[in-house]
Design a protein around this ligand. Sequence first.
Ligand code: TNX
Length: 525
Amino acid sequence: AAALVVALLAGCTPVAQNGDTVSLPAVVPAPASIEAGSGAPFRLSSATTVAGESDAAATLAEIVQARAGLAPASADDGADIELRIDRSAGSGAESYRIAVDEGSVVVTGADAAGLFYGVQTLGQLIARDGGEWIVPAVTIEDAPRFAYRGVMLDVARHFHPVETVKGYLDRAASLKLNALHLHLTDDQGWRIHLDSRPELTARASATAVGGDTGGFYSKDDYREIVEYAASRHMIVVPEVDMPGHTHAVGLAYPELAEDPTISEHMRDIIRDYGGEEPRAGVPYEGMAVGFSSVKVHEEATYDFVADVFGELAAMTPGPYLHFGGDESLSTSDEDFAAFVARASAIIADLGKTPVAWHEAGAAADIADTTVGQYWGYRTPQEGMAEKARAFADNGAQLILSPADAVYLDMKYPTGPELGLTWANGPTSVERAYSWEPSDVIPGIDDSGILGIEAPLWTETIRTAADIDTMAFPRAAAAAEAAWSPATGTSELRTWASFRERVGTLGPLWTSMGIGFHPSEEIPWA
Ligand code: TNX
């Protein structure tokens, strides 16, 4: 009974355990296995000592300080909290175990990333019990479902400075996400300096959507982001979107770009979203897509592609380079296929794995290793599943980003004015949560899925506070799809459980400075 009371205080989900209904501490994303202990909780105090891996200890100290205002002391042996790496432990890469009882807390990672995730879980377990800070008695064994767990930030429609990106990395890592996809270029701006093509940032980076100021990352800025990401066990996936979404390329190197194509469809988009028509040589500040293309038949275009990805490859330790390929509405199918074949081959020849939005799956000669990123709906619309499946047919995998679930730039049903609505209208937290990755594309099960990514496009998103509002709590729903056991295989993997658990994280998120949207769908603690 005492354990139950403690569990309730800690904000928990009732589940059946050994035939009894017990309450489990709230962990998001839901762990593979969690069992409440029957004993008294561990009590955190200013006398608590920590031993073990120093990076993990530093991470834990930050969380404990933010959440409880306590500074645990480090100790060598016999400490209260032990943080270890044991390569023979657990269930593979990124896995960890936690054992908490009245006398000790032991976190064991199978590798440094696993230990980091164990520490993130431990941070979520810290709860207030009367005047004390406690960690409820519990045993957790946890490992990710998918290897790739990402968020994307569009820094082209609105530029976001290094500090904002670092904050987003912290937030993503706390949800056990391990990839930040940076959408570095689009019609509205080119956001990364490249020595081989200096005019890109000199001529095409100053502006943004709606007449806002642009910006760009120096190579040192980019390296700083990559290093910071690595310290949180995250990779950076840089995207240079081509052959469409390239109006900015034309500002810098007019000889490489076609003049804007203004179709009837484009006029509809401009009518819906407002803004001016794109004009060659003039920065584009609207929100329309699909009017630009690089010159697919010019050899110089492929020199450009090789320069751009060559420099990015040299600065990017992660395995992936994303070449876009979405919404190339003014490039013919044949030209698109020819471009995709060459761009993907250039990236593969650099020793990297190409990634492209799912439209590129239509190109018969795409490099076989290319990973596809699916952005259709949870139930694929016309033709999208076939294009996505083409990547798997080549022997590669898919990243799933179903737009009507995990597009973090979609409006909430009630809440801030920010966001768009094209993906089936506003996206509730429940809708962001309620989908199963292996049910999205017929014929694609876990073996064909590299992972899950939640993109945040920034046509309407200007500030770090805007990012927080749109991403939280919905990024946590995406993290659960990426990390936790499949729907139907765990009692925790339900909307009813998720909303309770996420609500419990409110105080932790506040202490971390996360300005989440206080959605009325969630029973916030
Ligand atoms: C579609 S889905 C886009 C982006 C927009 C976004 C806005 C996809 C790969 N491309 O160009 O920014 O919608 O939600």
